[in-house]
Structures are given as structure tokens and as C-alpha cells.
Design a protein around this ligand. Sequence first.
Ligand code: ADE
Length: 230
Amino acid sequence: YATVGIIGAMKEELELLYSSAGMESETVKAGMSFRRGVLHGQPIIAVQSGVGKVNAAVCTQALIDLGADCVLFTGVAGAIDPELQIGDIVVSTASIQHDMDVTPLGFQPGVIPYQEISTFPADPELVELAAGAGARAAKGKAIRGIVLSGDQFIASREKVQSLREGFHGACAEMEGAAVAQVCHMNGIPYVVIRSMSDQADGSAHMNFAEFTVLAANQSFAVIEDMIRSL
Ligand code: ADE
């Protein structure tokens, strides 16, 4: 890839990247700062999107307009798969907006009405590279799975259960499927890499506070390893 776009939602998710890559120039769009740099010889544009699907969507479009020809998302998530421990990695095979709900009109949960696709597949080659990097660079497990996105912080066993049963998700976060949809609309490959900061249960708010930096750094370690193999 000529230019790899890298998005994180929060500053913790990008701090290591900014200190590892030589960041050269900066463009501001929609209040977001897009920084060009080079990571292990690979030209990149890195940006902090802010939290939630709208921020993520605007950010992704601007990133593509600035010339990114693939998009990697790095960050933290709440585990939905009960096998996942804090610090473990999920590489997205696909992502779904779990809070899209037009069921009163007869659409399945998560389905965006009147368009062909609502489950956005990640690029198979990027998934392979990320999974390989996860196996090498992560301290814990690295699995492939479905990433569920919604404008909600998930913090109850019941909600975890319904996300697991309804969508077969591996983890829940707040941006990935918005990034995925915008990439799909532009014909740009993407993959989401998330490390677990919590288990989306009653302790999620405390775990999130305690483990976000650890998890964000795990996710970055995978991105960094992956960039070397691009
Ligand atoms: N990001 C990290 N933990 C999360 C959770 N429990 N729900 C949504 N997004 C998250």
C-alpha cells in the first residue's frame, strides 16, 4: 500500500504510534488532526477519530480523501466471547452495527434497510496479516471474530448474552463498523484490531479505567508488527 491509514478513537490508542513513527506533517479536517509519518518504512496517516460511529465515519471519509488506500483501526473493546481475557486480541473478520434496529419494519436486528450489505467483511489479506501479527506480538490470545459496534458502552451480562446470541460477536466497541461501512462505500480495504480492556459486564467501567492503556498498547503492538509485513 502506498499510504496506510491508521485510526484510533482515544488518545491512549495512538500515543505509542505517534512516538514510534516519525510524524512529519499535519492536516486538520472536521476538527480532526491527520498526521503523516513513516512507520518501519511504510508511509502512514494516523488520526484520532473520537468516540462513536459518527466521529468514526467522518474520520474515515476524510482519511480516504487524503489518500489512504487501506484503513487499520487500533483500539480497545469489551469482550463478548467468554473465552477472551483482558489484553487478548480480536482481529475483525467482519463488523456489524448492533444498534441499528429497524425490526418494527420487518428488518433483522443490525440490518441497514434498503441496501445490500450490513455485515461488512474485512479484507481477507489484511485479516491474515493481522492474525499473524497477533500471534507473534500479543502477550495473550489473538482470535479472529465479528466486531460489534454501537453508540453504547456495554456493561451488563444480559446485553453481552444478547449480543452473543443475536450477532455471534467476539467483542463490542463503538467505531469499527462505521469505519467498515465507509470503507465499503469507497471500495477501500480495512481491518479492525481490538484488545480487550474489559468483559462488558458489571465491572466494565472499572476494568476499562484500569486496563485501557495496557490493552491499547497490545493492539498497537499488533499493528506495528503487521506494518512490517505489509
Ligand atoms: N470499549 C471498551 N470496552 C467497551 C465496552 N464494554 N462497550 C463498548 N465499547 C467498549
